[in-house]
Design a protein around this ligand. Structure first.
Ligand code: FAD
Length: 466
């Protein structure tokens, strides 16, 4: 494919285009560097230009022009994704959606907005207008966009009650623009949502979203300490299984994670403290404290509504999900992570077995989730990285034990997912992006349908380092 970048850039010069090289480079990067494997392969990746459309009509114009000149387009929300999702592997255009940030309508139980609104701003608008909030958000709530969460994320704070983003009902409607000579605007609901949600923007650009809401609360945030890891894990699972107690977060951190990596928590714990982070609705606190009193091993370390710490810890959810990895990485750059699924009903048994096999090389960090109505765990385990071979071995041993891995050391949809082709996403890409210009290199099924998944996929089109 012969991209005519100069012609595309000239045709779009009346839009908000970034001309500064340092800014273009910054806008070409996401949080891929959490993975030493991806860092070694993608560090040099940079777009040719960055454009920031202000309206859906301008999004269409960018797609139309880039289509005409065969220029790849990688969409960017806030660039907080891991897996190299927003890295423009072939260069070309990064289309940054920061200006598409309007909250259009708030109704009982749902909100309609543009994709570039930050999760925190969306929550603030819903709360101010109607006393409601998002059911779930990534722990990057303060910095990430709703569009990026839908196209790149999977779940997060709230998933202990509401399940994952892909679960029916957790996205209501998406408006999507295609990458064709004459881009079309499509509206997806129900079965059609799976075409573009968690598709990394490889087959359509989301220009409007409709998301479900729940009543907003001033959540009580807590840290509860334990001397025994499995008691901590059972506590988190148990509170999520209490049908009358409303929670938004239950995270479990194996010792010495809190002591070594949570700087503001450190003075309040010991090296041996296994920690549970929680968000509980204020009206559920009586129930929660009764639950806790029945477990004398549980020790209250921090409570946001009754706190005498000289320096508060900040939001407890910013210790959970992939913020745990971030905090660990800041202290020890050799740390990386794995994304694990410990499915019901073997979740506790699997966690115990894998911990016995790998701790402390792999420290357990669990997030309570609901899957098919059952409480189970997502693991975002902290891994002490030594070599790529050892990392692969750890992954294989997890899989052999029965724990599914969503490998965050791969940049393709398939390898970071279930290692299989998503036929719905592929079929829609054939229809909506016939030239294969949207976020190229991220969908193996498009580039190499016979790929055997026996080794890491290396996209042949990846720009080489200069
Ligand atoms: P980006 O990184 O900009 O984009 C993500 C993907 O979506 C890219 O492939 C991009 O091309 C595509 N995209 C963006 N906007 C659109 C659009 N409008 N149409 C089509 N495609 C689009 N993820 C979770 O699921 N849960 C978590 O709790 C979580 N915690 C995290 C914590 C940390 C510290 C970090 C670094 C990451 C975390 N993530 C988590 C990953 C990531 O932050 C989330 O997925 C986040 O919501 C992505 O939003 P973003 O705006 O930064 O998207």
């Amino acid at each position: 494919m012969n991209a005519n970048v100069a012609a595309a850039k000239a045709a779009l010069s009346h839009l908000d285009i970034e001309g500064n090289d340092a800014a273009i480079r910054a806008n070409s990067r996401d949080f891929f560097w959490y993975s030493p494997v991806l860092k070694a392969r993608l560090d040099h990746v940079v777009a040719d230009f960055v454009v920031r459309p202000r309206t859906e009509a301008e999004v269409i114009e960018v797609l139309k022009v880039c289509h005409a000149h065969d220029v790849p387009v990688t969409t960017r929300g806030a660039g907080t994704g891991n897996y190299g999702q927003a890295m423009p592997l072939a260069g070309g255009c990064v289309m940054h959606l920061k200006h598409l940030d309007r909250v259009k309508e708030v109704h009982p139980g749902r909100v309609i907005c543009e994709p570039g609104v930050l999760l925190k701003d969306l929550d603030a608008a819903c709360k101010a207008q109607s006393g409601q909030e998002l059911r779930m958000f990534s722990s990057t709530w303060a910095t990430a966009t709703i569009g990026g969460f839908i196209a790149g994320g999977s779940g997060g704070v709230g998933s202990c009650t509401w399940g994952a983003l892909r679960d029916l009902g957790n996205i209501i409607r998406l408006r999507v623009v295609t990458m064709e000579a004459e881009p079309r605007i499509l509206e997806f609901r129900g079965e059609e949502l799976a075409r573009v949600s968690h598709a990394y923007g490889t087959n359509g650009i989301i220009t409007e979203v409709e998301m479900p809401l729940a009543p907003a609360y001033d959540w009580v945030e807590m840290f509860v300490g334990f001397d025994d890891f499995m008691k901590a894990a059972r506590f988190a699972e148990g509170v999520a299984n209490e049908d009358g107690i409303l929670i938004k977060l239950a995270s479990v951190f194996e010792a010495p994670t809190a002591f070594d990596y949570f700087q503001r928590v450190k003075p309040h714990v010991t090296e041996g403290t296994h920690l549970v982070g929680l968000m509980v609705a204020p009206h559920s606190m009586d129930g929660f404290l009764t639950f806790m009193a029945r477990r004398p091993d549980a020790r209250m370390v921090y409570r946001s509504d009754d706190n005498d710490w000289a320096r508060g810890p900040g939001p407890v959810f910013e210790y959970g999900w992939n913020h745990t990895t971030l905090r660990a990485l800041k202290v020890d750059p050799s740390i990386t992570y794995l994304q694990v699924r410990y499915a019901f009903p073997r979740h506790l048994e699997l966690v115990e077995r894998i911990r016995n096999d790998f701790s402390p090389e792999v420290l357990q960090h669990l997030e309570v989730m609901r899957e098919g109505g059952k409480v189970m765990f997502a693991g975002l385990s902290l891994v002490k990285f030594t070599t790529e071979e050892r990392l692969d071995e750890i992954i294989h041993l997890h899989e052999a034990a029965g724990a599914m891995i969503f490998n965050p050391h791969r940049y393709t949809l398939e390898e970071g997912g279930r290692q299989t082709v998503d036929d719905r996403q592929l079929a829609f890409k054939r229809e909506a992006d016939p030239k294969g210009l949207l976020n190229p290199g991220k969908m193996i099924a498009w580039d190499d349908p016979d790929w055997g998944y026996d080794r890491m996929y290396a996209w042949p089109g990846l720009k080489t380092a200069e």
